[in-house]
Ligand binder design. Structure first.
Ligand SMILES: Nc1nc2c(ncn2[C@@H]2O[C@H](COP(=O)(O)OP(=O)(O)OP(=O)(O)O)[C@@H](O)[C@H]2O)c(=O)[nH]1
Length: 302
């Protein structure tokens, strides 16, 4: 994890909205040429990282949560529950609607998922270039009667109007945190990268200075099991036997703690149950960079 000044903010933001509201257009415009990561792989039961937006003082990771949208076919209860779990755990939710249409059944369906949700929901009224100003106010009033939105931001994803205001608003809901992704990274496996970083972060938090910051984490295997569990096998490389012993701890206690803490966060990221297997190996001179390169080149059997 890159060291940042304490005021750096980062977090996860779920984007929801029915088809055609302009989700892709918005993301492309927000990311501009700075898009670091776009995952093309369709993932039906897992949260998909849509893009990672880097600003000077923040990093926003936008997630898609497929189970929230009005189902074209009957979604499994498990998938809906997972999606709702995601909404609970992200730092903010962006709910996209269209300025040129009144709230419809698709919008209502999504808003019903927000009931009892503590996460701030920002209403983004898109396509304001299609309506006159005086039409906007009644629409804003209509939506605010339907749900207690934390903020309402009218934008045009097409022209870019008000998008910087939207980003400022979103950043306001992010906690202080690390830069999860390097700015120049381009990969279609962002999850793999972030999982190694989460494990590494737990190692650093739960060990003393005797274990240097140069531990490397590699994902050996990642598999989506038919029961919806994502199985991850990961190796933590240390430089010396003594460091390995520290990491494992008495009776394996520390490694267990690291695994538990990392697993909870990986589950939050993927929106799925995770089975995490951690191994510690000694490899003198193993540099972190090599681990990253290896992870970026990671492939699964498909
Ligand atoms: N006038 C106008 N058109 C927009 C705006 N944003 C998106 N559109 C148009 O709306 C249509 C749908 O936009 P998309 O970005 O594909 O919508 P989406 O929500 O990603 O759609 P799905 O992928 O089907 O969920 C496209 O024709 C866009 O050009 C906007 O701010 N103003």
């Amino acid at each position: 994890m890159t060291e940042e000044k304490s005021s750096f903010k980062s977090g996860f933001v779920a984007i929801v909205g029915r088809t055609n509201v302009g989700k892709s257009t918005l993301l492309n415009k927000l990311a501009g040429r700075k898009v670091a990561i776009v995952s093309e792989k369709p993932q039906t039961t897992r949260n998909k990282i849509l893009c990672v937006l880097n600003r000077e003082d923040s990093q926003v990771i936008f997630l898609d949560t497929p189970g929230i949208h009005k189902p074209k076919y009957r979604l499994g209860e498990q998938m809906v529950q997972q999606a709702l779990g995601t909404l609970k755990e992200v730092d903010a939710v962006l709910f996209l609607v269209e300025a040129n249409l009144p709230p419809g059944p698709g919008d209502n369906y999504i808003m019903r998922q927000f009931q009892d949700l503590a996460t701030p929901v920002l209403l983004v009224i898109n396509k304001i270039d299609l309506v006159r100003r005086e039409e906007l106010l009644p629409l804003i009033e209509q939506y605010s009667r339907m749900y207690n939105f934390s903020e309402i931001v009218p934008v045009s994803a097409l022209t870019g109007e008000n998008l910087s205001r939207l980003l400022d608003a979103v950043t306001g809901y992010l906690p202080e945190g690390p830069k999860y992704f390097p700015e120049d990274m381009v990969t279609d496996r962002p999850e793999t990268f972030i999982i190694t970083e989460l494990i590494r972060e737990k190692v650093l938090h739960l060990t003393s200075e005797e274990v240097p910051h140069s531990v490397a984490v590699v994902i050996e295997e990642m598999e989506n099991r038919p029961n919806g569990v994502v199985a991850v096998r990961s190796i933590i490389y240390t430089e010396k036997e003594s460091q390995k012993a520290i990491l494992i701890g008495k009776g394996g206690q520390l490694l267990k703690k690291i695994g538990q803490a990392a697993r909870e966060e990986i589950e939050r990221l993927l929106g799925a149950k995770v089975f995490l297997e951690l191994w510690v190996k000694v490899k003198p001179g193993w540099r972190n960079k090599e681990a990253q390169i290896r992870n970026l080149g990671y492939r699964d059997e498909e």
